[in-house]
Design a protein around this ligand. Structure first.
Ligand code: MN
Length: 494
């Protein structure tokens, strides 16, 4: 791989990039190549191939130029005589602080599962400052996994396990499915060699046959869509990733016939109405399986995933899953948080921050649809949207995203209404606190419950900061009042 390959990839993936920015990438490459000159990777390649590969991956993920430059320089301060201060002098504070973040994160050592939550927490803290640090770290790890065969055998297993248990777990929580699957599939043969062999021998023949069959179905569907004049962006045959197939196989006790989504057809269209049109078209052609029609557009999964799924008895009675979605849903499902956070180049050549833009736009739309009056709409925006967000941890290490100033009440209701209703106290970082204590980013919060009292106090309406929690409290209070009234009005049994 050469710098020319990288520049070409950047121009393809970031069409509006300014010439001056391309020049900066070249300059960063020159510095990195000079700094690493004479150093070799375990594979025997020149060291510069590693930062080049990392930068290439970042370009493919359509990150901004600053991230790509930091990717090129990510190993410079730690492994060469060039210092962080010199990087800052040449490329500015933003690049330097990304490189610093990546370096710091590298120092964290994996010490097995007992350190798991703590590692996750530290990674997330770094992310809360700038998610681009984590994205560079993912790209770094992916290339290290691709070249894992050159490592010492004992190191291979440790790196592979860490990649699945820490890195992939974080990618999962951020909804970055694409990265998560790549991390898992590259690690799988090294982390669990026997299980890998078992999965391969069980599935590969069937997958080959299925692939050929689905190519035929793809032709049939394409013809139907053209005949109905429904435009679509793309129809593709999607194989289930190997590691997730392995986990599902374990769940189904090795019975491949119980897994319907080993291979699926994914159809990407321009808009939501077309998604439903195509669903109708497929159901007209083939009989759907009972209970397998999923409308994740009307009812998105908790992680924001949206799509229509259906499984049908297709040609020759074979069972086929279809996934239908628009491009926005596809981006969210592949890149998760990154789809919201990535910085985009604009035609004016200026790099514009798009942090959280999609999230806000979607949240605004939803609020607008559910609001009775303009006044109410403005109130909701003030309480949930405009405020800065904080990232808070459950004791298991899951991350909950809340507005600044949120309290344990908001936290509890964000997780589940039942947890909110039964809440009687909270522990923040091992300290018992009152329910009106504001939570800070990085806090670990656990909720104490009272199993016998599943109703909120009316003064919680003052304590809760999120619209969502207030709404749920009001609902629960109303319901309880209803019960009270019906108890009184209920005629006594003779
Ligand atoms: Mn590296």
């Amino acid at each position: 791989m050469t710098i020319a390959d990288l520049l070409q990839s950047i121009q393809k993936n970031i069409p509006y990039i300014a010439r001056t920015n391309l020049q900066l990438v070249s300059d960063a490459y020159q510095l990195a190549a000079m700094a690493h000159s004479g150093q070799k990777r375990h594979s025997g390649e020149d060291y510069i191939q590693h930062p080049l590969a990392v930068a290439m991956k970042l370009a493919e993920m359509k990150t901004d130029v600053t991230t790509i430059i930091a990717g090129l320089l990510h190993d410079v301060p730690e492994n060469t005589s060039i210092t962080l201060a010199e990087v800052e002098n040449a490329f500015g504070k933003e690049v330097a602080s990304l490189v610093e973040g990546v370096t710091k994160l590298g120092i964290l050592k994996y010490r097995g599962l007992d350190r798991y939550t703590e590692n996750l927490r530290k990674m997330f803290m770094a992310m809360a400052e700038d998610i681009r640090v984590i994205i560079i770290r993912f790209a770094d790890r992916l290339h290290n996994l691709q070249t894992l065969e050159w490592q010492r055998p004992d190191k291979r297993r440790r790196i592979a396990l860490e990649s699945i248990e820490v890195y992939a777990a974080i990618a999962h929580r951020l909804g970055m499915w694409q990265i998560k699957s790549e991390l898992e599939d590259l690690s799988f043969p090294y982390a669990y060699p026997k299980e890998y062999q078992w999965t391969m021998s069980l599935t590969q023949d069937k997958i080959k046959i299925q692939e050929k069959y689905l190519e035929k179905i793809k032709q049939i569907v394409t013809k139907k869509l053209v005949a109905q004049k429904i435009s679509f962006k793309n129809i593709s045959v999607r194989k289930k990733h190997l590691y997730s197939l392995y986990k599902k196989l374990v769940k189904k006790e090795g019975d491949l016939n119980k897994i319907y989504d080993i291979i699926a057809l994914r159809i990407i269209v321009d808009n939501v109405p077309d998604c439903y049109k195509i669903l109708g078209l497929i159901h007209q052609a083939w009989t759907p399986l009972k209970g397998r029609i999923k409308d994740y557009i009307a009812q998105p999964k908790a992680n924001g995933y949206q799509s229509l799924h259906t499984t049908v008895f297709c040609e020759q009675g074979q069972i086929v899953e279809f996934q239908i979605r628009d491009q926005h849903m596809e981006d969210i499902s592949e890149h998760g948080v990154a789809a919201h956070w990535l910085y985009k180049e604009t035609p004016s050549g200026k790099s514009k921050i798009q942090k959280d833009r999609l999230v806000w736009v979607e949240a605004l739309k939803e609020l607008q649809n559910n609001s009775e009056s303009h006044q109410e709409f403005l109130e909701k925006i003030k309480s949930d949207i405009i405020k800065n967000r904080i990232l808070v941890f459950t004791p298991k290490g899951d991350v909950i995203d809340l507005p600044e100033g949120a309290t344990p009440i908001d936290f509890a209701y964000r997780i589940h209404s039942d947890l909110g209703n039964a809440c009687r106290g909270a522990i923040i970082n091992d300290q018992l606190v009152s329910l009106d204590t504001p939570i800070k980013s990085g806090d670990v919060v656990s909720i104490l419950i009272n199993k016998n009292k599943k109703k909120p106090n009316s003064d919680w309406l003052q304590i809760a900061k999120t619209y969502q929690a207030k709404e749920k409290i009001r609902d629960a209070l109303k319901k309880d009042q209803g019960n009270f009234v019906s108890r009184i009005l209920k005629p006594k049994k003779p």
